[in-house]
Design a protein around this ligand. Structure first.
Ligand code: ATR
Length: 273
């Protein structure tokens, strides 16, 4: 019988995940089907259980259900615990297992697709909400020299920095508001704020971008205000989050199927579309 998977969210019609996983399945000869599942805002757990009861093997979880998925899972990976959010569910006789592949997806895009090694580098992560939290542990595991957590509301950045301090190893974690960035330089600046959703960019001091630096927006699909500002302020390279989307999908696919799909073809296909 063909194994069933889906991405669950609300809204869901715009999701690129069915297209991505269809390509992965074809490339790796997996007998599986991957759908888009719209769950009512007050009916996430019910929808998940109904999908599992109907023979579903696993789900990707997107906005606004990642926290509920974390709560619903019977067991969770360490990276899902650190993220306090789940984007991948696996069903088995033992119950529902929750994982989070967003952070490893970002790291894979940075290191494999963009050729940026993070060890020894100075990183700036903008934002202190769920998106920032979700990628922190995998970023720290790459052993950057320093990581600055900056947020419009400085206290939220400080709280997040304190929470992850014990896992930083030799990496120096600092945190604060955007004004605290004055006079600093970074090799990599990652935008994990929701500013782009209202067509705004975080208001950052000049001079942040070190020679050869990369500006990365976790949002994808267009030139965001953050990337436009980064280009104007001297970032040597800019990237949107499309590669992260494809790499987190590949990581989920690997968890479900035990096979690592090639990601370049589908990324080319999406960029061409
Ligand atoms: P997500 O899950 O996408 O991270 P969230 O938890 O609501 O969403 O967090 C939104 C993040 O975007 C926060 O860091 C928020 O900053 P505040 O903590 O100060 O609210 C940030 N953000 C939203 N709009 C912003 C803007 N216009 N400029 C800068 N930061 C913004």
């Amino acid at each position: 019988m063909t194994d069933r998977y889906a991405v669950i969210g609300n809204p869901i019609a715009h999701s690129k995940s069915p297209q991505i996983h269809a390509v992965f399945a074809r490339q790796t000869f997996q007998d599986m089907r991957y759908e888009a599942l719209l769950a009512p805002l007050d009916g996430f757990a019910q929808s998940v259980r109904a999908f599992a009861a109907a023979g579903g093997r696993g789900l990707n979880v997107t906005v606004p259900f990642k926290l509920e998925a974390h709560a619903l899972a019977d067991t969770r990976s360490p990276r899902a615990e650190a993220a306090k959010a789940v984007n991948t569910l696996l069903f088995s006789a033992a119950g529902i297992h929750g994982d989070n592949t967003d952070g490893v997806g970002l790291v894979a895009d940075l290191t494999r697709n963009l050729g940026v090694q993070l060890a020894g580098k100075r990183l700036l992560l903008l934002g202190a909400g769920g998106a920032a939290r979700g990628v922190l542990l995998p970023l720290l595991e790459q052993r950057p020299a320093a990581l600055f957590l900056a947020n419009r509301t400085a206290d939220k950045a400080r709280a997040l920095g304190d929470e992850f301090a014990a896992r930083a190893g030799a990496c120096r974690i600092e945190s604060g508001g955007f004004a605290a960035l004055a006079g600093r330089q970074f090799d990599l600046v990652i935008n994990a704020t929701a500013a782009g959703l209202s067509d705004a960019a975080p208001s950052l001091p000049d001079g942040l971008y070190a020679p050869g630096s990369l500006a990365y927006d976790m949002v994808y699909g267009r030139e965001t205000p953050f990337l436009a500002a980064a280009r104007a302020k001297g970032a040597a390279r800019c990237a949107d989050g499309l590669g992260m989307l494809v790499e987190q999908a590949a990581e989920s696919f690997f968890l479900w199927r035990g096979v690592r799909p090639p990601t370049a073809p589908v990324l080319d296909q999406l960029r061409g579309a």
